[in-house]
Design a protein around this ligand. Structure first.
Ligand SMILES: [Ca+2]
Ligand SMILES: [Ca+2]
Ligand SMILES: [Ca+2]
Length: 251
């Protein structure tokens, strides 16, 4: 089982408790939406990604997006490169997280998203096709906060956008304080609110890489969905790439 069993609770008190325990998503209210995108807005809802299909590498889920998992160094890491499509109600390739009312991998947007295995953690890097810079980047994280097997007083997810000089453009954090947030950390009970069902986003000029990092006390059983980004510059056409440009991409 991906997390410790617990008893079911009456729905109304659960909802009231969810309102009381909801943690703030971020001090910075960056969003990544079509209305704020002057150029090409991209949105990946993962509905076309089959359960078990790898989401990693350039073009796996969108021609201009590269998802890369990074080993978590502060505790049990899942195998790098193992992030894959998941589906609500389907334990293949993994029961990434479970919910009180929606079962296995419940309450994704639509019925599909992506995740890594339960009871281990991966950090993530998000990058783009050569030549692409983005003005914002957003990702939905689900079911963070209802299971904290590594202890800790605070539990922080940090999304950071970097420019081509590796300078930080923007940072957003999801912070849960205290113990397990039941049911606020449940993807279904939380319902489009923090911490259990939250869109994190960074925004600013010239972002070429976005990192998602967990601190030492995360919820290892989470899912992801709804990646959005606003392309401010287009991919470099292959024909126009000079040899110097190609070399620079391989440094
Ligand atoms: Ca989806
Ligand atoms: Ca996991
Ligand atoms: Ca969880």
């Amino acid at each position: 089982m991906p997390r410790l069993p617990r008893s079911a609770r009456p729905l109304l008190p659960v909802l009231m408790l969810a309102l009381a325990l909801s943690a703030p998503a971020s001090a910075r209210a960056a969003v990544c939406a079509p209305a704020g995108c002057p150029s090409v807005f991209r949105f990946v809802n993962f509905e076309a990604v089959a359960p078990g299909a790898s989401v990693e590498g350039l073009g796996a889920v969108h021609p201009d997006l590269r998802i890369s998992s990074v080993p978590w160094t502060l505790g049990p890491s899942c195998a790098a490169g193992s992030a894959a499509g998941i589906e609500e109600g389907n334990s293949f390739p993994f029961d990434a997280y479970s919910t009180l009312t929606g079962g296995t991998n419940g309450c994704l947007s639509g019925t599909r998203g992506f995740a890594d295995e339960p009871n281990c953690v991966l950090d993530y890097d998000f990058a783009f096709a050569p030549g692409v810079t983005v003005g914002c980047f957003g990702i939905r994280i689900l079911d963070f906060g209802d299971y904290f097997p590594y202890g800790g007083a605070t539990h922080t997810v940090t999304l950071t956008g970097y420019d081509a000089s590796n300078a930080v453009v923007n940072v957003t954090q999801l912070i849960v304080t205290g113990g397990e947030d039941l049911p606020g950390g449940d993807a279904c009970i939380s319902q489009a609110g923090p911490p259990g069902n939250t869109v994190m986003a960074v925004a600013g000029f010239g972002i070429v890489k976005v990192t998602l990092r967990f601190d030492g006390f995360p919820d290892p059983n989470v899912g992801y969905d709804d990646i959005a980004f606003c392309e401010l510059t287009s991919p470099t056409p292959v024909r126009s790439r000079s040899w110097g440009t190609l070399k620079s991409h391989h440094r």
